[in-house]
Design a protein around this ligand. Structure first.
Ligand SMILES: Cc1cc2nc3c(=O)[nH]c(=O)nc-3n(C[C@H](O)[C@H](O)[C@H](O)COP(=O)(O)OP(=O)(O)OC[C@H]3O[C@@H](n4cnc5c(N)ncnc54)[C@H](O)[C@@H]3O)c2cc1C
Length: 592
């Protein structure tokens, strides 16, 4: 049971509640067991994956499969799976750790691992019957068999519930006969257990099925030739009168979309974790190169232009870690709370992840966008060599690109996060209305001219974040009032709102992490401040764009004045000095 049961365990609540630093979990607090998991994952990747970079880049699918088998032998495929089904039964944070440190060495392996342990295994773990779990999980947990997840179709990608794959009960009632086609299926080349979604008869929604590889009528396309993750197997999957036993229906009929979404919720937060070690490795390569490469008679790491990039990369990692592990522990605590309340573990796991689906979407978008940017700057630090396949940045950049597309594109996740917040409010699960009205009132009032006491570490930064939350409430509240039921169609505005939302969650996570563990003169506090400064600037752009587009006259003037008031960072630190301090630390250290 968690030791932090008093904290808020409501997803999205961070927007209206002040989170004390002691309520967030950080990487600084790993248990000895978790540290062992982290170190053995990292050691495995350094030993078994990194030296084979060239093979992974040359479409060596067999190498990916063989490495996955090794991971199975070491227990890494069963981290989440309960012991009774052959796994290690570890908590959510440990699952994130494994995903983090196993994914940095190579994007193809990261995808194979994520697809197998996440969307390939979770649907059975979360929705399977006892018989299904006993039959399939032990093989999946040990790597005896691999899993794949077949949702996307040629005409049904983001609109996943619109698939044309059909299932029909056989005349003797013993089988479902499935016909259709899936596309972009990771692990399809070597998986033996497939989670397949199809519509039974003329059902409105899809239903999940467990399909074994040797099922008659199941065939595969050739390997796709891809921009990145070149040794990750990705194929089309065809069903031609494929006979699936009725007992392999997963969950309930018509409930497949829920299975798909809930599995993706977990997949999304794990995708954030899966990007973290990649970012750390890019930084290590980039600083090493910058220290060795000489131009104009000195190492390029002495140039401010390069140091700025290194400081920003390191800051991005600090922030990404802060948000990812904060949300992971919140999910774990929620699961523990539900189990303590009498809920069975399977149900609790589902509800725990569902509760923090907003945070999972925020993390997926923020970390995958940032990883692409980090890899891009990595190439820039390498100059011409960055463009060469002989240097590590080229593959890192290509591999990072997919993170913004799968597990729901970043556009879809941005829209989803804001949409889910609105839905939670409508359902009374989260009270955004009262705080939004309070912000409206504050806008009409006269601003206080009191000078607050900001002597405590990061107290001004926390006050800034509290005000940024008002920006979100002001902009989204006013837009919602204007468009009401039509809000869903206002994608430009929803994207603006999502940018504000993402920046708030990540900036707050970084500030709380820094406050919890580091001193005023630390590089971590500097990173939290640098990130907050940038977050404020991004929020100003996103909010202003929204306000001047949907509000007019007095309302627009009042909101723009509110925006100025709520984005004040009075004693803003010297940003160049902060950047230089961070750069100096990492240039000397040579890695994150
Ligand atoms: C390498 C790789 C591996 C994959 N692995 C798997 C897997 O294992 N299993 C699986 O089922 N799928 C897998 N996918 C599929 C992946 O999840 C989809 O590609 C993704 O969901 C997007 O669907 P789509 O490609 O059809 O794009 P579309 O849905 O056609 O989207 C095209 C563009 O339109 C935007 N868009 C679409 N709808 C909206 C909307 N309502 N509002 C605003 N913008 C919108 C998208 O954001 C995107 O920018 C994989 C894909 C790749 C490339």
């Amino acid at each position: 049971m968690s030791d932090t049961t008093q904290k808020s365990l409501i997803g999205g609540d961070f927007l209206i509640t002040e989170t004390p630093a002691q309520d967030i979990f950080t990487l600084e607090e790993l248990s000895e067991e978790q540290k062992m998991m982290r170190d053995s994952a990292k050691e495995f990747i350094d030993r078994e994956v990194v030296p084979h970079h060239e093979r992974f880049e040359s479409k060596d699918y067999a190498l990916t499969e063989a490495t996955m088998r090794q991971l199975g032998e070491m227990g890494f495929l069963g981290v989440t799976v309960p012991e009774q089904y052959g796994g290690l039964g570890m908590g959510f944070v440990t699952t994130m750790l494994a995903c983090d440190y196993l994914s940095g060495g190579n994007g193809s392996l990261a995808t194979a691992y994520g697809a197998h342990t996440g969307i390939g295994t979770l649907p059975i773990l979360l929705y399977g019957t006892e018989e299904q779990k006993n039959k399939y999980l032990p093989d999946l947990a040990t790597g005896n068999k691999f899993g794949a997840y077949c949702l996307t179709e040629p005409d049904a990608g983001s609109d996943a519930n619109s698939g044309k794959t059909k299932a029909k009960l056989s005349e003797d009632g013993k089988h479902y006969i499935i016909n259709g086609q899936k596309m972009w299926i990771s692990n399809a080349g070597f998986a033996e257990i497939f989670i397949v979604f199809a519509k039974i008869d003329d059902d409105k929604n899809i239903t999940g099925f467990i399909v074994e590889r040797d099922t008659e009528g199941l065939t595969f396309g050739e390997e796709e030739h891809k921009l990145g993750i070149r040794s990750s197997s990705t194929r089309q999957v065809f069903f031609n009168d494929m006979k699936v036993p009725v007992e392999n229906l997963l969950g309930e009929r018509n409930n497949g979309f829920k299975i798909a979404l809930n599995s993706l919720n977990v997949g999304r937060i794990k995708l954030a974790a899966a990007n973290l070690d990649g970012q750390r490795r890019i930084l290590a390569h980039a600083t090493k190169y910058a220290n060795e490469r000489k131009q104009f008679g000195v190492a390029i790491s002495t140039f401010g232009a390069i140091r700025k990039k290194i400081a920003e990369m390191a800051t991005g990692i600090f922030v990404s870690e802060a948000g990812s592990y904060r949300a992971a522990k919140d999910i774990q605590d929620k699961i523990d709370e539900l189990v303590a309340g009498g809920m069975n573990h399977q149900e609790a796991e589902l509800k725990g992840v569902e509760e923090f689906a907003v945070e999972a979407s925020i993390l997926k978008v923020f970390v995958s966008d940032l990883t692409q940017q980090t890899a891009d700057e990595g190439i820039q630090i390498y100059g011409g060599m960055g463009f060469s396949a002989d240097a590590p940045m080229e593959a890192a950049w290509r591999d990072a690109r997919i993170g913004r597309i799968y597990e729901g594109t970043n556009e879809i996740n941005r829209l989803l996060a804001v949409g889910m917040l609105i839905k939670k409010t409508m359902k009374g699960q989260l009270d955004l209305l009262k705080p939004a009205m309070a912000v409206g009132k504050e806008l009409m009032g006269i601003p206080s001219f009191d000078v607050p006491d900001y002597s405590e570490l990061l107290s001004e930064e926390k006050a800034v974040i509290a005000n940024l939350k008002k920006v979100f409430l002001m902009v989204s509240g006013a837009a919602l009032q204007k468009y009401m039921m039509e809000m869903e169609k206002q994608q430009h505005l929803l994207l603006n709102a999502s940018e504000i939302l993402n920046q708030i969650y990540m900036a707050e996570s970084a500030v709380l992490r820094a406050e919890k563990h580091f001193s005023a003169d630390s590089v971590e506090v500097a990173m939290a401040q640098l990130n907050l400064y940038k977050a404020v600037e991004k929020i100003i752009v996103a909010a202003k764009e929204g306000i001047i587009s949907f509000a007019e006259g007095d309302e627009q003037r009042m909101m723009l004045s509110g925006l100025r008031r709520f984005t004040k960072y009075t004693n803003q630190p010297n940003i160049i000095a902060l950047t230089e301090k961070i750069a100096a630390h990492y240039v000397e250290k040579g890695h994150y």
